[in-house]
Design a protein. Structure first.
Length: 351
């Protein structure tokens, strides 16, 4: 079902769009989010996220972020997505609210509307995310330390949590597993890789023909989908971090779940590689990050290798500032990490 058709067939569900500020203002007033005398002045798209519709609302008193999940991926409406991911995000914010080390590095949840799968968040400012690292920017050591501390606290604080609500997050993990472990390795997945980078299609086909690699990646999907004891962010990459004067702030926990601790740092390590960051920053991150006692370093490296691969030949593309030759080299690094995980691999420098 197309978005316009879905909207017409669900007239009782508020449909978020920056193009209708008057209607949005009336909705916010009706839900009592706006204070007496507070009026909406402007509504505009906020950020370039893939999953949800996100709008920055400016009133005569403040700004807030309004975010809505739909039953599809906002950037790719042809892909269905669990509508309840907004409910999972609300549950995550409510669970971590009591831990200031975590909640203090995330926007505050101001309001939620479960019926419309809509949440209102504190606006952390107009600053950018960290996707500039793919085009030459670099993380500072302080930023790396802050991100490692966040993960350490998140993974270590809720191990004995009994009130997990829906944070097994099966539907979102099933969707994510397809885009991480399966779709990128399918020959006819509808993605024109040569349009992304000439020559990448041929490189991907050779890669997909590697049965040992493909089988191991598919096996890792089972580990990702298994249950675990640690609360994970679930999408811990530079697009989920905002730059602020107080350091990085973490957003978009709709992929959060209780699972294996290895997944979050694996994703982050993969993006340090994709962003061609100094290998010393990866070492710094791993020295600073305090994993649970059950943490498996080799599994973490294997999952990192998979994330490198899916960002190169899958749908979740990045604004990479380099061409096909460097991507081929990263694909080879992915292969080694998956089949022969070795902590020295990230010492390989890309031209």
């Amino acid at each position: 079902m197309q978005p316009d058709e879905w909207r017409r067939s669900h007239p009782d569900i508020f449909f978020l769009t920056a193009a209708e500020p008057g209607r949005l203002g009336r909705f916010l007033a009706r839900t009592r989010l706006l204070d007496a005398g507070e009026e909406l002045v402007r509504a505009e798209k906020a950020g370039d996220g893939n999953m949800n519709c996100t709008v920055r609302v400016t009133t005569n008193h403040r700004t807030v972020i309004v975010k809505q999940a739909r039953p599809w991926v906002e950037k790719y409406p042809q892909f269905e997505a669990p509508w309840d991911r907004a409910i999972r995000e609300i549950e995550f914010y409510e669970l971590v609210r009591s831990n200031q080390k975590i909640a203090g590095t995330m926007p505050a949840l101001l309001h939620s509307d479960g019926k419309s799968r809509l949440i209102v968040l504190e606006d952390l400012g107009v600053g950018s995310d960290y996707t500039g690292i793919y085009r030459g920017d670099a993380f500072s050591k302080n930023e790396i330390n802050a991100l490692a501390d966040y993960l350490s606290e998140l993974h270590g604080s809720f191990e004995n949590e009994t009130n997990r609500r829906g944070l097994a997050n099966h539907e979102m993990r099933e969707l994510n597993a397809q885009h991480i472990f399966f779709i990128p390795l399918q020959t006819d997945n509808g993605l024109d890789l040569d349009e992304i980078s000439p020559g990448l299609r041929s490189a991907a086909e050779q890669f997909r023909a590697d049965a040992d690699y493909v089988n191991q990646v598919h096996a890792l999907a089972g580990i990702y989908l298994s249950e675990g004891e640690h609360l994970l962010h679930g999408d811990f990459f530079p697009g989920s971090f905002l730059k602020t004067g107080s350091g990085p702030r973490i957003i978009d926990p709709e992929f959060a779940y209780f699972g294996r601790s290895e997944f979050d740092p694996a994703v982050f390590i993969a993006h340090l590689l994709l962003g061609r960051q100094d290998p010393e920053l990866i070492d710094l991150f791993l020295r600073r990050y305090q994993p649970p006692s059950s943490h498996d370093v080799k599994l973490m490296l294997q999952l990192a290798g998979v994330e490198v691969m899916r960002r190169l030949i899958g749908y979740a593309q990045l604004p990479l500032g380099y061409g096909c030759e460097q991507r081929k080299q990263l694909l080879q690094i992915s292969r080694q990490m998956v089949l022969q995980p070795d902590r020295n691999l990230w010492a390989l420098r890309l031209p």
